[in-house]
Write a protein that binds this ligand. Sequence first.
Ligand SMILES: CCCCC/C=C\C/C=C\CC/C=C/CC(=O)SCCNC(=O)CCNC(=O)[C@H](O)C(C)(C)COP(=O)(O)OP(=O)(O)OC[C@H]1O[C@@H](n2cnc3c(N)ncnc32)[C@H](O)[C@@H]1OP(=O)(O)O
Length: 277
Amino acid sequence: MFVLRQCLTLGTKSSIRNFSATTNLVNLTINEDTGVAIMELNKPPVNSLNYELLEAMHRTLVKLENEKCPGMILTSSSRSTFSAGLDLLEMYKPTVDKARRFWSMLQNTWIKLYSTPYPTVAAINGHSPAGGCLLAMSCEHRIMVPDKMIGLNETQLGIVAPQWFQDCMRNIIGERQAEKALIAGRMFTSEEALKIGLVDELATDKEDLMQKAHDFLDEQMGLPPLARSVVKVGFRKDTLSKLINGREADIKMFLDNVFQPKVQESLENYIQMLKKK
Ligand SMILES: CCCCC/C=C\C/C=C\CC/C=C/CC(=O)SCCNC(=O)CCNC(=O)[C@H](O)C(C)(C)COP(=O)(O)OP(=O)(O)OC[C@H]1O[C@@H](n2cnc3c(N)ncnc32)[C@H](O)[C@@H]1OP(=O)(O)O
């Protein structure tokens, strides 16, 4: 359930309704004049994607779809990080039920985000590794601040990015670049990401980032919405169907991997390393 927290009137003619998921993990702001939604991930310090954050995102996406949202900006309340990807603690010594529930919610959230009929833009105001990169890649347009890192780094962690993560990257930067990036588990600087088309624009700072995101949505919202969304979903349907028809196999892949003693050992070392940093 969403609670109406407060009504803010900013110093512009637009009035803003500010909703928040009850957990406060996602701040949702909807501009009353334009209907544009800003979905801000708010799980300090790095928006690691645990079950609760994914569930709050999923709930927000369902609400936006039901309310015929005309456009959405996905961003983060953190100064350093857009999202650190999947929460490593969700994968460290989970029960089978917990691991299954977690992966299933990740699938639900991605399917909703990837298939929205309305235009989506990722305002990437920080680092965006692995699952964070997946979120950004699932939007239609990506704008990033300078001097941050983005990419699917799974290979460097000794794990394999799931097929649908790989497909998202291939759909954006093409077969050859995706193959090279995925084999290496390469993280790109914002500037490198722009060069290979992993992001579409760079912004100078957060204000410029949000302005550019609004500009993109203004342009998209000027197009006939039904035709726009049919073309979008048409382009994405093969990638979506692959996961939708293979959800159980994908969950099995995750469970088979996550419970490997070697994976648990690397995970423990990685968590320790991040904590000592
Ligand atoms: C290693 C083996 C993984 C095993 C996986 C198991 C099964 C796999 C099967 C299939 C799944 C494959 C798909 C995986 C997709 C993923 O998304 S995996 C997650 C990959 N993410 C990362 O590698 C990012 C790690 N984090 C960072 O690089 C940095 O934190 C950052 C994002 C660049 C930010 O840096 P900054 O300096 O600002 O912050 P800190 O590093 O100091 O971190 C602050 C705080 O947050 C904790 N933390 C960071 N990332 C995560 C995370 N992903 N999950 C949980 N917690 C995280 C960090 O430990 C610090 O904690 P504190 O010291 O207690 O404050």
